[in-house]
Design a protein around this ligand. Structure first.
Ligand code: MN
Length: 403
């Protein structure tokens, strides 16, 4: 269990408003000084070079930390994850090893932390699903009838997942015009504030997974911005769901906050409308008390909490495999847009501006959707007693369309 009183010999790790205290230890992939990408752990304002730690015999991860992604390390299993976390907690603790190979974060470049095997995006916030349903279909058909009975999702593309800081190009596409389709740059470009669960274990084809087994397969979480072109989406989405509206890019944060670090913040989610089938029932609360928000051009736009969600990542994973679909190390599962009940808790501009009707003030200007040059950032943290488990930045800036 996490001890809130633990302190590190790395001074910046003890800043109580910092993202990366000793209780966090999120994993990422970094490079510096022309050296190749390798695995590291964030501590304060530094990165611990895990490949170098292993070369010095300080820990044993079968050489996996030399890889430019965390997939091989994750595949070693939960026993190894727990053992390495305990070793890192000791090495970086007050009585730890002060000669560890640390690289200043300011000197490092952060890379995509995993090779994304596949990407699936869900739709698990009741507030968001209802609000968007009203805008697309009206209040009577806002929430589809199956929504409270199963996690709704679609199979996305792993190839368009990028790391924080990667510019995103406004997409061209076809949208609905008064006299048929129009070829245009998207005029209704939006963000979606989400978490991404990272699967750290395989399942076999044909194997069903209980919610408890699914919990055990989740390595950790990242912030995830599911950029969305609403005008392309509105024209294309029926009957098979979003396609090109979601293909322009999906941004994730570079640091994977482990399930172990979030464990002290476990809590129940939204109240259920109706009983759910046994294969989706959970034995213990499946959510975390996690503050999540987003900014535009430096201004905080909305803030909510992961615990407003209706379906947990473990339930989504159990449902994903229920018909026999094999899951693999490196699968990324987006939670769906996270929105609380009020406008200042919404995780997308579509909701905040009520379909683009009510502009919002952003750093002295007006916006309904995202304009070229705008920077959107996500943030997230769990507040402990004297420390916080933060995710670090997840940003992207919109480039003009390639017309
Ligand atoms: Mn989404």
């Amino acid at each position: 269990m996490t001890d809130p009183s633990l302190r590190s010999w790395v001074a910046a790790a003890n800043d109580e408003n910092g993202d990366f205290p000793l209780q966090n230890l999120p994993y990422g992939v970094f490079s510096d000084k022309g050296r190749p990408p390798r695995c590291g752990v964030a501590i304060g304002d530094m990165i611990l070079d895990l490949a170098e730690c292993e070369a010095r015999g300080l820990l044993d991860a079968k050489g996996t930390f030399r890889a430019p992604q965390l997939n091989d390390f994750m595949a070693l299993g939960r026993g190894t994850w727990d053992r390495i976390r305990a070793t890192l907690t000791r090495l970086l603790g007050e009585d730890g090893d002060r000669s560890l190979p640390l690289v200043p974060m300011a000197d490092a470049r952060l890379h995509l932390p995993i090779r994304v095997t596949e990407f699936t995006d869900f739709y698990a916030s009741r507030n968001h699903a209802f609000n968007v349903g009203v805008l697309f279909r009206g209040p009577d058909h806002a929430l589809p009838p199956q929504w409270t009975h199963m996690p709704i999702g679609y199979n996305g593309r792993a190839s368009s997942v990028v790391v924080s800081g990667t510019p995103i190009r406004r997409p061209m596409g076809q949208i609905k015009g008064a006299d048929g389709p129009v070829w245009t740059a998207s005029r209704r470009l939006d963000l979606e504030l989400e978490l991404g669960a990272i699967v750290g274990a395989d399942s076999r084809m044909g194997q069903r997974i209980s919610v408890e087994e699914a919990e055990d397969m989740i390595f950790g979480y990242v912030l995830l911005n599911d950029w969305s072109a609403r005008d392309i989406q509105a024209w294309e989405y029926q009957p098979l769901g979003p396609f090109q509206a979601k293909a322009l890019g999906t941004t994730i944060s570079p640091w994977i906050v482990t399930q172990a670090a979030l464990e002290p913040f476990r809590c129940p989610g939204a109240k259920r409308d109706n009983p759910i089938l046994p294969y989706l029932q959970e034995q213990r609360p499946g959510f975390y008390d996690l503050t999540l928000g987003w900014t535009m051009n430096g201004q905080t736009m909305a803030q909510t909490n992961y615990k407003v969600m209706y379906w947990s990542s473990a339930q989504q994973l159990a449902h994903h495999a229920v018909s026999g679909c094999p899951m693999r190390v490196g699968d990324l599962l987006g939670t769906g847009t996270i929105s609380g009940p009020s406008l200042d808790q919404t995780g997308a501009l579509l909701e905040m501006t009520q379909g683009g009707q009510n502009p919002v003030r952003v750093a002295g200007a007006e916006r309904v959707f995202i304009e070229d040059g705008d920077e959107v950032g996500l943030y997230g943290y769990a507040q402990g007693d004297g420390y916080r488990i933060g995710f670090g930045p997840c940003t992207g800036t919109i480039l003009p369309a390639d017309e």
